[in-house]
Write a protein that binds this ligand. Structure first.
Ligand code: GLU
Length: 302
């Protein structure tokens, strides 16, 4: 690597940070367009008195939803307007409407991967929609409605990278992921040769990749495709996904009434076309056509 190249990459990161958009000189990257988004009909007369979370929201007058703010096409906050967009945000709105709350009134809270369980346990948020993998370990601490999407762990590298084509090429390489995430845990367990670097968020990992501090970023393909789509001249996603990451809506563990109501709402919106419309207006922009959503796993209360 030459100094000029590193300097160029650093400059790019700084420009991106300042402009909050595409590379200078290239056309701006198209984000989700408001007119393409589905309109969710707010349920009238909906009641869920068995759910303490829903009751608390009713008294408050709106829902408080945990999301990500730095994952393009999934959950992203526009620094200028403060508005959130992305597939996860659409799912959050869809659920709000089904629960009888106008999606416009949602209060969003950005919560990092490592803090999701605590946020749900403390009642900081009513539910969480942010690339949140359902697994047995997490089910001991929180409940999950869904799954509403199936992602898979993958690798993001610089465009000029020749050595890394899959997880078996990571020995001796610096690989960045988010603390408390399933991709981080998988690398640690199954690819011990990789030199792991952890940050709170993937966007910091991507900054480190662009400035040659790390060799790869690893997390779900759904997240990595979004970063690659923002700077396609600099970054690429390589290889095949090497895990299954079923995304769920996190809820407080004991609130089964809320969990089942969200399962119903997901099913309904998958049937009426809203799910597909939401996908196509957001995550679909990173290049993958809408898949068939995975079957809802309505696991028993307990
Ligand atoms: N889906 C993975 C997880 O829940 C990675 C993405 C994330 O950190 O949100 O850990």
């Amino acid at each position: 690597m030459t100094h000029t190249r590193a300097l160029g990459a650093l400059l790019l990161v700084l420009l991106l940070a300042v402009a909050g958009c595409g590379r200078p000189g290239s056309p701006p990257v198209k984000g989700p367009q408001p007119e393409d988004l589905p309109v969710f009909k707010v349920a009238t007369g909906f009641r869920l008195p068995q759910s303490p979370t829903w009751e608390r929201a009713r008294k408050r007058g709106h829902l408080v939803v945990g999301v990500k703010e730095d994952q393009p096409y999934m959950g992203e906050k526009d620094p200028a307007s403060g508005r959130y967009s992305g597939f996860d945000v659409e799912i959050a709105k869809m659920m709000s409407a089904a629960l009888g709350f106008d999606p416009k009134t949602i209060e969003y809270k950005t919560i990092a991967s490592a803090n999701r369980e605590t946020a749900l346990q403390n009642g900081q948020i009513d539910y969480y929609v942010g690339t949140y993998t359902i697994n047995d370990n997490r089910k001991k601490q929180v409940g999950f409605a869904g799954p509403y999407f199936m992602a898979g762990q993958s690798l993001l590298v610089r465009k000029d990278e020749k050595d890394i084509k899959g997880p078996d090429d990571l020995t001796g390489k610096k690989v960045c992921s988010a603390a408390g995430s399933t991709p981080y845990q998988r690398l640690q367990k199954e690819y011990p040769g990789a030199v792991l670097v952890a940050y709170d968020t993937y966007s910091v990992c991507v900054d480190n990749l662009l400035t040659y501090q790390v060799d790869a970023v690893s997390t779900d393909d759904s997240i990595l495709l979004g970063y690659a789509a923002k700077v396609p001249e600099e970054l690429k996603v390589v290889g095949e996904p090497f895990s299954e990451e079923p995304y769920g809506i996190g809820v407080p563990r004991s609130d089964n009434a809320l969990r089942f109501a969200l399962d119903d709402a997901l099913e309904e919106n998958e049937k009426n076309g809203n799910w597909k419309k939401a996908y196509e207006a957001t995550l679909g922009l990173s290049g993958e056509p809408a898949p068939t959503p995975p079957a809802i796993d309505r696991y028993p209360a307990g």
